[in-house]
Design a protein around this ligand. Structure first.
Ligand SMILES: Cc1cc2nc3c(=O)[nH]c(=O)nc-3n(C[C@H](O)[C@H](O)[C@H](O)COP(=O)(O)OP(=O)(O)OC[C@H]3O[C@@H](n4cnc5c(N)ncnc54)[C@H](O)[C@@H]3O)c2cc1C
Length: 161
């Protein structure tokens, strides 16, 4: 049985192939913001993230960490940071905010899914992850992926994992 990106095959899958218009790599501030705007535009997309929970990259930082930017400048599109404007959020507040943001907008985040390679295959891009899959228009946050040109369609391939 195919387990593309940890999901059962659906109407979007064909055997070992799963298709999206866009895949966003990373569910940090950049990836979630991109997801918000893609959703506003009805783009078919998915966000993959290596961590098990949205915000884990912040949860795993040192305990005394606080942002140097106050809450009023730390919100993402569509959802202000829930604190007094000049409050300096600590790392767990940031983590929880990111997690609630993904939940509030029901962003399609596939956690525990590490992007491992990106290769061009004709007109499409194949993104292989720790749980299988791919896309033709990957959007990287701060990850060192090559710059991508827009493509009209894409396909994803799952691998056993
Ligand atoms: C200690 C610290 C303090 C900071 N304080 C501030 C501040 O006060 N104010 C401010 O404006 N900015 C601050 N920044 C900068 C700010 O955090 C970053 O600009 C912002 O987090 C970048 O967001 P991002 O989504 O691009 O990357 P990240 O937040 O790093 O998110 C990247 C995501 O990609 C995932 N990922 C990584 N590799 C893979 C892979 N191979 N496959 C799948 N998923 C993957 C990670 O799990 C993570 O969720 C701080 C940064 C640090 C490190």
């Amino acid at each position: 049985m195919t387990a593309a990106l940890g999901m059962q095959p659906t109407s979007r899958t064909s055997g070992r192939i799963e298709r999206f218009n866009t895949i966003v790599v990373g569910a940090g501030q950049a990836g979630l913001s991109a997801g918000y705007h893609l959703q506003q535009r009805d783009v078919d997309f998915v966000i993959v993230d290596a961590h098990e929970r949205v915000g884990d990259v912040w949860r795993n930082r040192w305990d005394s960490l606080r942002l140097f930017t106050p809450a009023k400048y730390s919100g993402l599109p569509g959802m202000p940071f829930p604190a007094e404007p000049m409050h300096l959020p600590d790392k767990d507040e940031v983590a929880d905010y990111l997690e609630r943001y993904a939940e509030r907008f029901d962003l399609p985040v596939r956690s525990g899914t590490r992007a491992e390679s990106l290769v061009r295959d004709g007109e499409r891009w194949i993104l292989r992850t720790s749980r299988g899959s791919a896309a033709s228009i990957p959007i990287a946050s701060t990850l060192p992926l090559p710059r991508m040109a827009s493509a009209a369609s894409f396909e994803s391939t799952s691998v056993d994992g």
